[in-house]
Design a protein around this ligand. Structure first.
Ligand code: 8X3
Length: 250
């Protein structure tokens, strides 16, 4: 049984990971910005018999994150798996027309938020010589696609930060995984298009997209691989998607 901390645990891939790891018998620390949603999910998972602790804070808020992690009850303080899932895309405008607030939110959440959590939790893993960081990257980090610009850059950063961390902990038993999903049908596109549900639905039209569960399955596999096996990076695409920009719709 592992203690697994998941950021952005109230929706999408984060929520799927929470359910899959709970089914696996792990203990969960779930973090997100919405306390109400966290409580709902905690109740759901507790009904399945899972041991769950919730922490309400925004990964962008370095002080709030630090306060929450440093004040973890002793029995929850040894985190075995950190799933850096909190992240988002906003907008699909050409780079010369993008919204600067959107850019800042993506950079602050996808890069700096991930770094905040890594910086807070990995030192304990190093001390114990044990742990696993699973970063949710994206196919978007492999190559830019039209309008992806800043979002793609943040996911390229997730790849570089995963690779860098893997080097920095190579002398320990800690493992670092970068999961790179393609089209996953969650609230992702709805958020990207600021609530334009019709535009969001079009993203998944004519193709069977991945689900959050498909990604959580891979995260669970990586976390439970034998200790000498480091699943360093996995690109997970829908069958009719070949890259960030090649999608065959029928
Ligand atoms: C999400 C995948 O292809 O919509 O990171 O950018 S994609």
């Amino acid at each position: 049984m592992k203690t697994v901390l998941i950021t952005g645990a109230t929706s999408g891939i984060g929520l799927s990971c929470a359910r899959k790891f709970a089914e696996n018998g792990d203990r969960l620390i779930l973090t997100a910005r919405s306390g109400n949603k966290l409580t709902e999910i905690k109740d759901e998972l507790k009904a399945m018999g899972a041991d769950v602790l919730t922490l309400t804070f925004d990964v962008r808020d370095r002080n709030a994150a630090s306060l929450a992690i440093k004040n973890l009850p002793k029995e929850w303080s040894e985190i075995d798996v950190l799933i850096n899932n909190a992240g988002l895309a906003l907008g699909l405008e050409p780079e010369y027309e993008g919204n600067l607030d959107d850019w800042e939110t993506m950079i602050d959440t996808n890069i700096k938020g991930l770094l905040n959590m890594t910086r807070l939790i990995v030192p304990g893993m190093v001390e114990r010589d044990c742990g696993h960081i699973i970063n949710i990257g994206s196919v978007a980090g492999d190559a830019a696609y039209a309008g992806g610009n800043v979002y793609c850059a943040t996911k390229a950063a997730v790849k570089a930060l995963s690779d860098g961390l893997r080097i920095d902990v190579a002398n320990t038993s800690i493992r670092v995984t970068n999961l790179k999903p393609g089209l996953v049908e969650t609230n992702f596109s709805n958020i990207r298009f600021h609530g334009d549900t019709e535009r969001a639905a079009n993203v998944y039209k004519g193709i069977k997209p991945l689900s959050g569960d498909d990604i959580a399955d891979v995260a669970l596999y990586a976390a439970n691989a034998p200790s000498h096996v480091q699943i360093a990076e996995v690109l997970i695409l829908a069958t009719h998607q070949a890259s960030g920009s090649v999608i065959v719709r029928k």
